[in-house]
Design a protein around this ligand. Structure first.
Ligand code: GDG
Length: 471
Protein backbone atom coordinates (compact mmCIF):
# COMPACT_ATOMS: atom_id res chain seq x y z
CA UNK A 1 0.00 0.00 0.00
CA UNK A 2 1.28 3.46 -0.92
CA UNK A 3 0.90 6.90 0.69
CA UNK A 4 1.08 8.76 -2.63
CA UNK A 5 -0.51 7.46 -5.83
CA UNK A 6 0.04 9.18 -9.18
CA UNK A 7 -2.56 8.21 -11.78
CA UNK A 8 -1.70 9.23 -15.35
CA UNK A 9 -2.63 7.93 -18.76
CA UNK A 10 1.02 7.02 -19.46
CA UNK A 11 3.69 5.51 -17.26
CA UNK A 12 7.00 7.38 -17.23
CA UNK A 13 8.53 4.36 -18.99
CA UNK A 14 7.81 2.52 -22.24
CA UNK A 15 7.58 -1.23 -22.49
CA UNK A 16 10.10 -2.51 -25.05
CA UNK A 17 11.09 -5.93 -26.40
CA UNK A 18 14.68 -6.87 -25.55
CA UNK A 19 16.88 -8.66 -28.14
CA UNK A 20 16.31 -11.99 -26.35
CA UNK A 21 12.54 -11.55 -26.77
CA UNK A 22 11.82 -10.75 -23.12
CA UNK A 23 10.15 -7.57 -21.86
CA UNK A 24 12.22 -4.56 -20.85
CA UNK A 25 11.60 -0.94 -19.94
CA UNK A 26 12.98 2.32 -21.24
CA UNK A 27 12.47 5.52 -19.28
CA UNK A 28 10.78 8.24 -21.29
CA UNK A 29 12.04 11.27 -19.40
CA UNK A 30 9.26 13.84 -19.54
CA UNK A 31 8.67 16.97 -17.52
CA UNK A 32 6.08 15.25 -15.37
CA UNK A 33 8.40 12.55 -14.09
CA UNK A 34 11.09 15.11 -13.26
CA UNK A 35 8.52 17.03 -11.25
CA UNK A 36 6.98 14.11 -9.50
CA UNK A 37 9.97 11.83 -8.95
CA UNK A 38 11.28 13.63 -5.83
CA UNK A 39 7.86 13.65 -4.14
CA UNK A 40 7.32 10.02 -5.09
CA UNK A 41 10.63 9.04 -3.50
CA UNK A 42 10.07 10.99 -0.30
CA UNK A 43 6.45 9.87 0.11
CA UNK A 44 6.55 6.16 -0.71
CA UNK A 45 4.70 6.69 -3.97
CA UNK A 46 3.51 4.56 -6.87
CA UNK A 47 2.72 5.64 -10.44
CA UNK A 48 -0.21 4.00 -12.26
CA UNK A 49 -0.31 4.29 -16.06
CA UNK A 50 -0.33 2.64 -19.47
CA UNK A 51 3.11 1.51 -20.69
CA UNK A 52 2.09 1.57 -24.38
CA UNK A 53 1.25 -1.51 -26.44
CA UNK A 54 -1.40 -4.16 -25.81
CA UNK A 55 0.44 -6.50 -23.47
CA UNK A 56 -1.91 -7.66 -20.71
CA UNK A 57 0.76 -7.68 -17.97
CA UNK A 58 -0.27 -5.66 -14.89
CA UNK A 59 2.46 -6.81 -12.52
CA UNK A 60 3.93 -4.05 -10.33
CA UNK A 61 7.63 -3.40 -10.99
CA UNK A 62 10.42 -1.00 -10.16
CA UNK A 63 12.45 1.17 -12.54
CA UNK A 64 15.20 3.46 -11.23
CA UNK A 65 13.87 2.79 -7.74
CA UNK A 66 10.36 4.04 -8.58
CA UNK A 67 7.34 1.78 -8.04
CA UNK A 68 5.28 1.51 -11.21
CA UNK A 69 1.90 -0.11 -11.78
CA UNK A 70 1.23 -0.80 -15.49
CA UNK A 71 -2.37 -0.68 -16.73
CA UNK A 72 -3.10 -2.85 -19.73
CA UNK A 73 -4.99 -1.47 -22.71
CA UNK A 74 -6.72 -3.56 -25.37
CA UNK A 75 -6.52 -2.65 -29.06
CA UNK A 76 -10.21 -1.68 -28.85
CA UNK A 77 -9.60 0.58 -25.85
CA UNK A 78 -6.68 2.27 -27.63
CA UNK A 79 -9.00 2.97 -30.56
CA UNK A 80 -12.11 4.05 -28.63
CA UNK A 81 -10.85 5.50 -25.32
CA UNK A 82 -7.45 6.90 -26.35
CA UNK A 83 -7.54 7.80 -30.04
CA UNK A 84 -11.32 8.25 -30.01
CA UNK A 85 -12.74 10.01 -26.96
CA UNK A 86 -9.50 11.44 -25.56
CA UNK A 87 -7.85 12.62 -28.79
CA UNK A 88 -10.77 12.86 -31.24
CA UNK A 89 -13.29 14.48 -28.89
CA UNK A 90 -11.80 16.06 -25.74
CA UNK A 91 -8.51 17.28 -27.24
CA UNK A 92 -10.08 19.42 -30.02
CA UNK A 93 -13.02 20.50 -27.81
CA UNK A 94 -10.69 21.75 -25.07
CA UNK A 95 -8.44 23.50 -27.63
CA UNK A 96 -11.03 25.98 -28.90
CA UNK A 97 -12.44 23.49 -31.45
CA UNK A 98 -9.48 24.24 -33.76
CA UNK A 99 -10.69 21.00 -35.39
CA UNK A 100 -14.28 19.78 -35.05
CA UNK A 101 -14.63 17.37 -32.12
CA UNK A 102 -16.49 14.13 -32.78
CA UNK A 103 -19.06 12.81 -30.34
CA UNK A 104 -19.54 9.04 -30.48
CA UNK A 105 -21.39 7.07 -27.82
CA UNK A 106 -19.15 4.00 -28.15
CA UNK A 107 -16.09 6.25 -27.52
CA UNK A 108 -17.75 7.56 -24.36
CA UNK A 109 -18.63 4.04 -23.13
CA UNK A 110 -14.99 3.05 -23.46
CA UNK A 111 -13.86 6.25 -21.68
CA UNK A 112 -16.12 5.37 -18.73
CA UNK A 113 -14.90 1.79 -18.49
CA UNK A 114 -11.18 2.66 -18.79
CA UNK A 115 -11.56 5.41 -16.18
CA UNK A 116 -13.24 2.86 -13.90
CA UNK A 117 -10.33 0.44 -14.26
CA UNK A 118 -7.85 3.20 -13.37
CA UNK A 119 -9.97 4.18 -10.34
CA UNK A 120 -10.17 0.57 -9.16
CA UNK A 121 -6.43 0.15 -9.50
CA UNK A 122 -5.79 3.34 -7.51
CA UNK A 123 -8.27 2.19 -4.84
CA UNK A 124 -6.40 -1.11 -4.52
CA UNK A 125 -2.96 0.49 -4.11
CA UNK A 126 -3.68 3.51 -1.87
CA UNK A 127 -2.98 3.23 1.86
CA UNK A 128 -5.59 4.46 4.37
CA UNK A 129 -5.83 8.27 4.08
CA UNK A 130 -3.32 8.37 1.18
CA UNK A 131 -3.03 11.18 -1.35
CA UNK A 132 -3.95 10.39 -4.95
CA UNK A 133 -3.00 12.79 -7.73
CA UNK A 134 -4.83 12.18 -11.02
CA UNK A 135 -3.37 13.71 -14.20
CA UNK A 136 -5.05 15.09 -17.28
CA UNK A 137 -7.99 14.95 -19.64
CA UNK A 138 -7.94 11.20 -20.29
CA UNK A 139 -8.93 10.51 -16.65
CA UNK A 140 -11.51 13.12 -15.66
CA UNK A 141 -13.97 10.56 -14.24
CA UNK A 142 -11.40 8.94 -11.96
CA UNK A 143 -11.74 11.41 -9.02
CA UNK A 144 -15.44 10.67 -8.36
CA UNK A 145 -15.18 6.94 -9.14
CA UNK A 146 -12.29 6.72 -6.69
CA UNK A 147 -14.09 8.73 -4.02
CA UNK A 148 -17.06 6.33 -4.23
CA UNK A 149 -14.68 3.42 -3.64
CA UNK A 150 -12.43 5.11 -1.07
CA UNK A 151 -13.94 8.13 0.76
CA UNK A 152 -10.88 8.20 3.07
CA UNK A 153 -8.51 9.43 0.35
CA UNK A 154 -7.32 12.96 -0.41
CA UNK A 155 -7.73 13.35 -4.16
CA UNK A 156 -6.16 15.95 -6.44
CA UNK A 157 -6.69 16.40 -10.17
CA UNK A 158 -4.52 18.41 -12.58
CA UNK A 159 -5.50 19.32 -16.15
CA UNK A 160 -2.49 19.89 -18.43
CA UNK A 161 -4.52 21.26 -21.33
CA UNK A 162 -6.85 24.29 -21.42
CA UNK A 163 -10.32 24.08 -19.91
CA UNK A 164 -12.73 25.59 -22.44
CA UNK A 165 -15.24 28.36 -21.89
CA UNK A 166 -18.84 27.30 -21.16
CA UNK A 167 -19.95 28.14 -24.71
CA UNK A 168 -17.75 25.35 -26.09
CA UNK A 169 -17.87 22.87 -23.21
CA UNK A 170 -21.66 22.83 -23.45
CA UNK A 171 -21.43 21.00 -26.78
CA UNK A 172 -20.29 17.89 -24.97
CA UNK A 173 -23.17 15.40 -24.63
CA UNK A 174 -21.59 14.13 -21.39
CA UNK A 175 -20.77 17.54 -19.92
CA UNK A 176 -22.48 16.91 -16.60
CA UNK A 177 -20.78 13.55 -16.06
CA UNK A 178 -17.36 15.12 -16.69
CA UNK A 179 -18.02 17.96 -14.22
CA UNK A 180 -19.27 15.51 -11.61
CA UNK A 181 -16.24 13.29 -12.25
CA UNK A 182 -13.87 16.17 -11.54
CA UNK A 183 -15.82 17.22 -8.44
CA UNK A 184 -14.75 13.96 -6.81
CA UNK A 185 -11.38 15.68 -6.24
CA UNK A 186 -10.64 17.96 -3.27
CA UNK A 187 -8.50 20.19 -5.49
CA UNK A 188 -8.85 20.63 -9.25
CA UNK A 189 -5.76 22.32 -10.71
CA UNK A 190 -5.51 24.14 -14.03
CA UNK A 191 -2.73 25.92 -15.93
CA UNK A 192 -4.41 29.34 -15.81
CA UNK A 193 -6.85 31.20 -13.54
CA UNK A 194 -9.25 31.66 -16.50
CA UNK A 195 -9.60 27.90 -16.84
CA UNK A 196 -10.39 27.50 -13.13
CA UNK A 197 -13.02 30.22 -13.47
CA UNK A 198 -14.55 28.48 -16.52
CA UNK A 199 -14.84 25.31 -14.45
CA UNK A 200 -16.44 26.95 -11.40
CA UNK A 201 -18.91 28.81 -13.59
CA UNK A 202 -19.90 25.60 -15.40
CA UNK A 203 -20.35 23.76 -12.11
CA UNK A 204 -22.69 26.52 -10.91
CA UNK A 205 -24.66 26.61 -14.16
CA UNK A 206 -24.78 22.93 -15.10
CA UNK A 207 -24.63 21.04 -11.81
CA UNK A 208 -26.29 23.71 -9.67
CA UNK A 209 -23.83 23.66 -6.75
CA UNK A 210 -23.16 26.78 -4.69
CA UNK A 211 -19.83 28.39 -5.43
CA UNK A 212 -17.84 31.26 -4.00
CA UNK A 213 -14.68 32.48 -5.72
CA UNK A 214 -12.52 29.36 -6.20
CA UNK A 215 -14.61 27.11 -3.96
CA UNK A 216 -17.48 24.75 -4.76
CA UNK A 217 -19.76 23.66 -1.91
CA UNK A 218 -21.22 20.19 -2.38
CA UNK A 219 -24.51 19.10 -0.76
CA UNK A 220 -22.69 16.39 1.23
CA UNK A 221 -20.65 19.05 3.07
CA UNK A 222 -17.47 18.62 1.09
CA UNK A 223 -15.62 21.61 -0.39
CA UNK A 224 -13.78 21.45 -3.72
CA UNK A 225 -11.21 24.08 -4.67
CA UNK A 226 -10.43 25.00 -8.29
CA UNK A 227 -7.25 27.00 -8.82
CA UNK A 228 -4.38 27.68 -11.20
CA UNK A 229 -0.95 26.04 -10.84
CA UNK A 230 1.03 26.95 -13.99
CA UNK A 231 3.33 24.04 -14.78
CA UNK A 232 7.02 24.58 -15.44
CA UNK A 233 10.25 22.76 -16.26
CA UNK A 234 13.40 21.57 -14.53
CA UNK A 235 15.06 24.90 -15.34
CA UNK A 236 18.36 24.09 -13.67
CA UNK A 237 18.52 20.69 -15.41
CA UNK A 238 18.06 22.36 -18.79
CA UNK A 239 20.60 25.06 -18.07
CA UNK A 240 23.16 22.49 -16.90
CA UNK A 241 22.61 20.47 -20.05
CA UNK A 242 23.00 23.61 -22.17
CA UNK A 243 26.34 24.41 -20.48
CA UNK A 244 27.71 20.94 -21.22
CA UNK A 245 30.65 21.37 -23.67
CA UNK A 246 29.39 18.42 -25.74
CA UNK A 247 26.02 20.10 -26.21
CA UNK A 248 27.74 23.39 -27.08
CA UNK A 249 29.95 21.79 -29.73
CA UNK A 250 26.96 19.90 -31.14
CA UNK A 251 25.12 23.25 -31.41
CA UNK A 252 28.04 24.69 -33.38
CA UNK A 253 28.12 21.62 -35.58
CA UNK A 254 24.42 21.99 -36.42
CA UNK A 255 24.87 25.67 -37.34
CA UNK A 256 27.73 24.81 -39.65
CA UNK A 257 25.70 22.07 -41.27
CA UNK A 258 23.01 24.68 -41.92
CA UNK A 259 25.58 26.79 -43.81
CA UNK A 260 26.31 29.18 -40.92
CA UNK A 261 23.46 31.59 -41.66
CA UNK A 262 23.27 34.85 -39.72
CA UNK A 263 20.03 33.88 -38.03
CA UNK A 264 18.45 30.52 -37.28
CA UNK A 265 14.73 30.37 -36.50
CA UNK A 266 13.52 27.22 -34.72
CA UNK A 267 10.17 25.51 -34.15
CA UNK A 268 9.83 22.33 -32.04
CA UNK A 269 6.38 20.85 -31.66
CA UNK A 270 4.51 17.60 -31.60
CA UNK A 271 2.96 17.42 -35.05
CA UNK A 272 -0.43 18.64 -33.82
CA UNK A 273 -3.03 20.95 -35.39
CA UNK A 274 -3.13 23.03 -32.21
CA UNK A 275 0.51 24.06 -32.62
CA UNK A 276 0.06 26.40 -35.61
CA UNK A 277 3.00 25.02 -37.61
CA UNK A 278 1.47 25.67 -41.04
CA UNK A 279 0.66 29.36 -40.50
CA UNK A 280 4.05 30.03 -38.89
CA UNK A 281 5.96 28.59 -41.87
CA UNK A 282 3.78 30.62 -44.25
CA UNK A 283 4.55 33.80 -42.31
CA UNK A 284 8.29 33.06 -42.39
CA UNK A 285 8.24 32.31 -46.12
CA UNK A 286 6.38 35.54 -46.90
CA UNK A 287 8.91 37.62 -44.97
CA UNK A 288 11.65 35.93 -46.99
CA UNK A 289 9.79 36.34 -50.27
CA UNK A 290 9.41 40.05 -49.58
CA UNK A 291 13.19 40.28 -49.29
CA UNK A 292 13.55 41.15 -45.60
CA UNK A 293 16.17 38.42 -45.49
CA UNK A 294 17.37 35.80 -47.95
CA UNK A 295 18.37 32.12 -47.67
CA UNK A 296 21.97 33.07 -46.97
CA UNK A 297 20.84 35.27 -44.02
CA UNK A 298 18.21 33.14 -42.37
CA UNK A 299 16.91 29.62 -42.18
CA UNK A 300 13.96 27.99 -40.38
CA UNK A 301 14.48 24.64 -38.67
CA UNK A 302 11.14 22.98 -37.92
CA UNK A 303 11.18 19.82 -35.82
CA UNK A 304 7.80 18.07 -36.05
CA UNK A 305 7.71 15.25 -33.53
CA UNK A 306 5.53 12.33 -34.74
CA UNK A 307 2.30 12.20 -32.77
CA UNK A 308 -1.04 10.31 -32.82
CA UNK A 309 -0.36 8.98 -36.27
CA UNK A 310 -3.35 6.65 -36.20
CA UNK A 311 -5.76 9.60 -36.03
CA UNK A 312 -6.98 10.79 -39.47
CA UNK A 313 -6.70 14.53 -38.71
CA UNK A 314 -3.02 14.13 -37.85
CA UNK A 315 -2.27 12.32 -41.11
CA UNK A 316 -3.99 15.07 -43.09
CA UNK A 317 -2.08 17.77 -41.20
CA UNK A 318 1.25 16.07 -41.89
CA UNK A 319 0.54 15.96 -45.61
CA UNK A 320 -0.46 19.63 -45.64
CA UNK A 321 2.66 20.78 -43.81
CA UNK A 322 4.97 18.66 -45.94
CA UNK A 323 3.38 19.98 -49.15
CA UNK A 324 3.87 23.55 -47.90
CA UNK A 325 7.53 22.94 -46.96
CA UNK A 326 8.14 21.47 -50.43
CA UNK A 327 6.51 24.46 -52.10
CA UNK A 328 8.42 27.02 -50.02
CA UNK A 329 11.76 25.31 -50.62
CA UNK A 330 10.94 24.99 -54.32
CA UNK A 331 10.15 28.72 -54.56
CA UNK A 332 12.82 30.18 -52.29
CA UNK A 333 15.60 27.63 -51.83
CA UNK A 334 18.92 27.50 -53.63
CA UNK A 335 21.25 24.57 -54.20
CA UNK A 336 22.44 23.44 -50.78
CA UNK A 337 20.33 26.14 -49.10
CA UNK A 338 16.69 25.31 -48.44
CA UNK A 339 14.66 28.02 -46.66
CA UNK A 340 13.17 25.46 -44.28
CA UNK A 341 14.84 22.42 -42.76
CA UNK A 342 11.99 20.14 -41.84
CA UNK A 343 12.59 17.16 -39.56
CA UNK A 344 9.81 14.66 -38.81
CA UNK A 345 11.51 12.96 -35.92
CA UNK A 346 12.02 12.89 -32.17
CA UNK A 347 15.42 13.39 -30.51
CA UNK A 348 17.24 12.67 -27.25
CA UNK A 349 17.08 15.46 -24.70
CA UNK A 350 20.71 16.51 -25.24
CA UNK A 351 20.00 17.01 -28.95
CA UNK A 352 16.96 19.13 -28.03
CA UNK A 353 19.23 21.26 -25.85
CA UNK A 354 21.73 21.63 -28.72
CA UNK A 355 18.90 22.75 -31.01
CA UNK A 356 17.76 25.36 -28.47
CA UNK A 357 21.37 26.54 -28.05
CA UNK A 358 21.98 26.99 -31.77
CA UNK A 359 18.71 28.87 -32.42
CA UNK A 360 18.61 32.68 -32.44
CA UNK A 361 14.82 32.94 -32.57
CA UNK A 362 12.46 30.35 -31.13
CA UNK A 363 9.01 30.46 -32.73
CA UNK A 364 6.13 29.02 -30.67
CA UNK A 365 2.77 29.90 -32.21
CA UNK A 366 0.01 27.51 -31.09
CA UNK A 367 -3.63 28.40 -31.65
CA UNK A 368 -4.22 27.18 -28.11
CA UNK A 369 -1.85 25.46 -25.66
CA UNK A 370 -2.26 24.67 -21.97
CA UNK A 371 1.23 25.97 -21.18
CA UNK A 372 3.91 25.04 -23.77
CA UNK A 373 7.06 23.79 -22.14
CA UNK A 374 9.19 24.22 -25.26
CA UNK A 375 9.03 28.01 -24.81
CA UNK A 376 10.24 27.69 -21.20
CA UNK A 377 12.95 25.17 -22.10
CA UNK A 378 14.36 27.51 -24.74
CA UNK A 379 14.53 30.34 -22.23
CA UNK A 380 16.22 28.09 -19.65
CA UNK A 381 19.03 27.22 -22.08
CA UNK A 382 19.85 30.90 -22.91
CA UNK A 383 22.27 31.39 -20.04
CA UNK A 384 24.03 34.19 -21.93
CA UNK A 385 20.75 36.12 -22.12
CA UNK A 386 20.78 36.10 -25.91
CA UNK A 387 18.15 34.86 -28.35
CA UNK A 388 14.51 35.83 -28.80
CA UNK A 389 11.17 34.13 -28.31
CA UNK A 390 8.18 34.68 -30.59
CA UNK A 391 5.22 33.39 -28.60
CA UNK A 392 1.50 32.98 -29.20
CA UNK A 393 -0.82 34.90 -26.89
CA UNK A 394 -2.86 31.70 -26.75
CA UNK A 395 -0.18 29.59 -25.08
CA UNK A 396 -0.47 29.47 -21.29
CA UNK A 397 3.21 30.46 -21.14
CA UNK A 398 2.30 33.91 -22.53
CA UNK A 399 0.82 34.87 -19.14
CA UNK A 400 4.29 34.55 -17.59
CA UNK A 401 6.69 35.28 -20.48
CA UNK A 402 5.49 38.82 -21.14
CA UNK A 403 8.82 39.91 -22.66
CA UNK A 404 8.46 37.53 -25.60
CA UNK A 405 7.36 38.90 -28.99
CA UNK A 406 3.69 38.07 -28.42
CA UNK A 407 1.60 37.25 -31.48
CA UNK A 408 -1.91 36.32 -32.49
CA UNK A 409 -1.30 33.12 -34.50
CA UNK A 410 -4.40 33.74 -36.62
CA UNK A 411 -2.94 37.03 -37.84
CA UNK A 412 -0.34 36.22 -40.50
CA UNK A 413 0.66 39.87 -40.96
CA UNK A 414 1.08 40.28 -37.21
CA UNK A 415 3.27 37.17 -37.11
CA UNK A 416 5.35 38.48 -40.02
CA UNK A 417 5.92 41.72 -38.12
CA UNK A 418 6.97 39.83 -34.98
CA UNK A 419 9.43 37.68 -36.97
CA UNK A 420 10.90 40.85 -38.50
CA UNK A 421 11.10 42.59 -35.12
CA UNK A 422 12.86 39.62 -33.52
CA UNK A 423 15.25 39.42 -36.50
CA UNK A 424 16.06 43.15 -36.34
CA UNK A 425 16.33 43.44 -32.55
CA UNK A 426 19.58 44.83 -31.14
CA UNK A 427 21.59 42.55 -28.81
CA UNK A 428 20.81 44.99 -26.00
CA UNK A 429 17.06 44.74 -26.54
CA UNK A 430 17.19 40.92 -26.81
CA UNK A 431 19.27 40.64 -23.68
CA UNK A 432 16.87 42.82 -21.68
CA UNK A 433 13.91 40.68 -22.69
CA UNK A 434 15.67 37.36 -22.18
CA UNK A 435 16.99 38.31 -18.75
CA UNK A 436 13.48 39.04 -17.52
CA UNK A 437 12.08 35.81 -18.94
CA UNK A 438 14.93 33.76 -17.44
CA UNK A 439 14.18 35.17 -14.04
CA UNK A 440 10.57 34.03 -14.32
CA UNK A 441 11.46 30.51 -15.48
CA UNK A 442 14.22 29.87 -12.96
CA UNK A 443 12.18 31.18 -10.04
CA UNK A 444 9.10 29.12 -10.90
CA UNK A 445 10.40 25.69 -11.74
CA UNK A 446 8.61 22.37 -11.87
CA UNK A 447 9.51 21.46 -8.31
CA UNK A 448 7.79 24.62 -7.10
CA UNK A 449 4.77 23.59 -9.20
CA UNK A 450 4.50 20.09 -7.68
CA UNK A 451 5.15 21.36 -4.15
CA UNK A 452 2.56 24.12 -4.37
CA UNK A 453 -0.10 21.77 -5.75
CA UNK A 454 0.48 19.13 -3.07
CA UNK A 455 0.55 21.74 -0.32
CA UNK A 456 -2.73 23.26 -1.52
CA UNK A 457 -4.22 19.77 -1.75
CA UNK A 458 -3.29 19.04 1.84
CA UNK A 459 -4.99 22.27 2.93
CA UNK A 460 -8.38 22.10 1.15
CA UNK A 461 -11.19 22.26 3.64
CA UNK A 462 -8.88 23.07 6.56
CA UNK A 463 -8.88 26.85 6.55
CA UNK A 464 -11.48 28.41 4.34
CA UNK A 465 -11.96 31.94 5.47
CA UNK A 466 -15.27 32.45 3.73
CA UNK A 467 -18.41 31.38 5.59
CA UNK A 468 -20.37 28.58 3.96
CA UNK A 469 -23.49 29.83 2.21
CA UNK A 470 -26.56 28.73 4.14
CA UNK A 471 -29.24 28.80 1.43
C1 GDG B 1 0.87 19.10 -22.87
C2 GDG B 1 0.10 20.40 -23.12
C3 GDG B 1 1.58 21.56 -21.48
C4 GDG B 1 9.24 17.29 -27.67
N1 GDG B 1 9.88 16.67 -28.67
C5 GDG B 1 10.85 15.93 -28.11
C6 GDG B 1 10.79 16.13 -26.73
N2 GDG B 1 9.80 16.97 -26.49
C7 GDG B 1 9.41 17.45 -25.16
C8 GDG B 1 9.67 18.92 -25.02
C9 GDG B 1 8.67 19.31 -23.96
C10 GDG B 1 7.51 18.34 -24.22
O1 GDG B 1 8.03 17.27 -24.99
C11 GDG B 1 6.38 18.99 -25.00
O2 GDG B 1 5.66 19.75 -24.10
P1 GDG B 1 4.73 20.95 -24.57
O3 GDG B 1 4.31 21.69 -23.35
O4 GDG B 1 5.47 21.80 -25.53
O5 GDG B 1 3.50 20.32 -25.35
P2 GDG B 1 2.50 19.02 -25.19
O6 GDG B 1 3.19 17.77 -25.57
O7 GDG B 1 1.33 19.35 -26.05
O8 GDG B 1 2.08 18.96 -23.63
C12 GDG B 1 1.02 21.59 -22.90
C13 GDG B 1 2.19 20.19 -21.19
O9 GDG B 1 1.28 19.13 -21.47
C14 GDG B 1 2.61 20.09 -19.72
O10 GDG B 1 1.57 20.39 -18.86
O11 GDG B 1 2.59 22.55 -21.39
O12 GDG B 1 0.29 22.80 -23.10
O13 GDG B 1 -0.44 20.42 -24.45
O14 GDG B 1 9.18 19.05 -22.70
O15 GDG B 1 11.01 19.12 -24.68
N3 GDG B 1 11.65 15.56 -25.86
C15 GDG B 1 12.60 14.75 -26.38
N4 GDG B 1 12.69 14.51 -27.73
C16 GDG B 1 11.86 15.08 -28.61
O16 GDG B 1 11.97 14.86 -29.82
N5 GDG B 1 13.47 14.17 -25.56
Amino acid sequence: MFDLVIVANRLPVDRIKLPDGSNGWRTSPGGLVTAIEPVMRSNHGVWIGWPGGTDGDEELFQADGLDLAPMSMSAEEIELFYEGFSNGCLWPLYHDVVVKPEFHREWWDSYVSVNRRFAEKAASLAAEGATVWVQDYQLQLVPQMLRDLRPDLRIGFYLHIPFPPAELFQQLPWRRQILEGLLGADLVGFQLPGAAQNFVRLVRQRVGHKTHRDLVYLPDGRTVRAAAFPISIDAKGFEDMARDPEVESRAEEIREALGSPRTVFLGVDRLDYTKGIFARLRAFSEVMKEGHFGVEDAVFVQVAVPSREQVEEYRILRDEIERLVGRINGDLGEIGRPAIHYLHSSYPRAEMAALYRMADIMVVTPYRDGMNLVAKEYVATRFENDGALVLSEFAGAAEELRQAYLVNPHDINGMKQALRDAYDASPKESSKRMKAMRKTVTQNDVKAWADSFLLALSQVGTHEKEPRPTA
